[in-house]
Each structure stands twice: as C-alpha cells, then as structure tokens.
Design a protein around this ligand. Structure first.
Ligand code: IPE
Ligand code: IPE
Ligand code: MG
Length: 256
C-alpha cells in the first residue's frame, strides 16, 4: 500500500501537458480527432482529482501557439471540441466551485469561442475551490514577450523607469501572475520536453513525466505523481541543510 502523503505536501498548483491523443488514436487506427475526444474525458478525471485532493490551481495545456500549424482538419476538430466542451461543461464546473481562466492569445479564436470564454470567466469568477486555467493558443515565449511589451509601453508613457524593471516587475505581467507558480508539472505521452509551456513560471517546478498517453491516464498514476512530488526535496538553490533548518524553524524565519 502507498504511504499517506503528509499534509502540506499536496501541490498548490499542478500544470499539465496533456500529450498523446494523436498516438492513442493512431494505435486504434482511428482519426486523431477521436483521440482528442477521448482525451477530454481525462480532463474531467483530472479536475475531479484536484478537487478531491485540495489542489488549488490546475493549469492544462490544451492548445499551443504552434498547434495552429497542424492540418486544417485537426485544428477544426479541436475548435469544435473546444466549443462543445465550453457549452457542456461550464455549468457543472460552476456548480462544483471551479473558477475558470483562459490564458493565451484569445484574438486567434472565433467570436463564438471568445464569447464563451469570457462568459465562463464571468460566471465562475467568484468560485474558490479550484482555479482551472486553460492554456489555449498559449506559448511561453509569447507570454514573456507580451510582458516585455507591456513594460516597454509603461516606460514609453513615463509611468516606469528602466531601472525599475526587475524579475518582480516582469513576473507580475506574465500569465497567472496572481497565482502561486506551479509546484508540480506533469507531462503524459513519454516526451521529455516543455514544448513552450509556462517557461517563466516553471523555473522551480518539480517535473514528472509518464509514458502513458493522455486518454489512458488514471487516478492511480496521478496519486503516484503526488507521491513522487511529496518525496522530493525542493532546495530553490539553497543547501539541503538550509532547507531542513527552515522547515524546523517557526514560520517567517525560513527560506523564501
Ligand atoms: C495533445 O495530443 C493534444 C494537443 C496538442 C492538442 P497530441 O495531438 O499532440 O498527440 P500526439 O503527441 O500526436 O500523440
Ligand atoms: C504540447 O504538445 C501542446 C499541448 C499538449 C497542447 P505537442 O504535441 O504540441 O508538443 P510537441 O510538438 O511534441 O513538442
Ligand atoms: Mg503531441
């Protein structure tokens, strides 16, 4: 039996690259769109898991800036799936206390999708059980570039001096700046890469990878990821001794 996870070691924020839908479909000799549909079920499972385990923020990589370059047929199928999910799932998510957020370049989506994104965010804005951030048309480099542009605009307008630009100033303008950075990153599908996901925000995130394809991911493996996370020592550049001391010390005397 698995050892229980001590309290305080449940990640506050999990960020997920949901990968492997296409290969899942290919193995069944089905079109890729069928894999994406199957993957949508795992999204619900993952949300349930986070609600049950008290994870505060779940960020899901649904569609990258680069994914626009896929064949038209696949992009079209994904947009249909996205629209359908917004119509079907938002009410239930709201009832369950989930706050929805979308990050990425919204301007590239249809009016119908943009309208539903805004409506979902408005409807769920007051919910506090789980924040579900969906990264759609999102790219980490684009995210950092827009933060830089926003700083430059403030400098040009005289609201900010160049010497005031530091990590905190830039970090305040990237996506999800108001939330804790991801504690745990999960990627399914077996590839060991970040694929332009939250580049800035993942600086000190614990990484966990599995060969399992996204449509086949289950609760047992999510539990395993939490176990692994709980067993890691996060040092943030310090020594193991410093971290142990900070954990023993009363709050306020420790490391960052
Ligand atoms: C991830 O699955 C979903 C999206 C990128 C939209 P893929 O479609 O990338 O699946 P594989 O990696 O080709 O198996
Ligand atoms: C990352 O997966 C993007 C999403 C899961 C939405 P990709 O399948 O696009 O990444 P690469 O191409 O394998 O790096
Ligand atoms: Mg992929």
């Amino acid at each position: 039996m698995n050892a229980p996870i001590p309290t305080g070691t449940v990640p506050r924020h999990i960020a997920v690259i949901m990968d492997g839908n296409g290969r899942w479909a290919a193995r069944r000799k089905r079109p890729r769109a069928i894999g994406h549909r199957a993957g949508a079920r795992t999204v619900n499972l993952c949300i349930d898991f986070c609600l049950e385990r008290g994870v505060g923020v779940l960020t899901l990589f649904a569609f990258s800036s680069e994914n626009w370059g896929r064949p038209d047929e696949e992009v079209g199928a994904l947009m249909k799936l996205f629209l359908g999910a917004l119509d079907r799932e938002v009410g239930e998510l709201h009832r369950r206390g989930v706050r929805l957020r979308f990050i990425g370049e919204r301007g590239r989506f249809s009016d119908a999708i943009r309208g539903r994104m805004a409506a979902a965010e408005r409807l769920t804005a007051g919910n506090t059980r789980l924040t579900l951030a969906v990264a759609a048309s999102y790219g980490g480099r684009q995210d950092i570039a827009q933060a830089a542009r926003s700083l430059a605009e403030d400098v040009a307008a005289g609201r900010l001096r160049p010497d005031q630009i530091d990590e905190a100033a830039l970090g305040a303008r990237v996506a999800l700046a108001d939330l804790p950075a991801p504690d745990l990153f999960i990627r399914t599908g077996g590839d060991l890469r970040i694929s332009n996901f939250l580049l800035w925000q993942l600086a000190y995130t614990e990484l966990w990878f599995t060969e399992t394809l996204w449509p086949e991911l289950g609760v047992a493996e999510l539990e395993q990821a939490l176990q692994v996370y709980a067993s890691r020592e996060r040092r943030f550049g310090l020594t193991g001794e410093q971290i142990a001391f900070a954990q023993d010390a009363p709050p306020g005397e420790g490391h960052p």
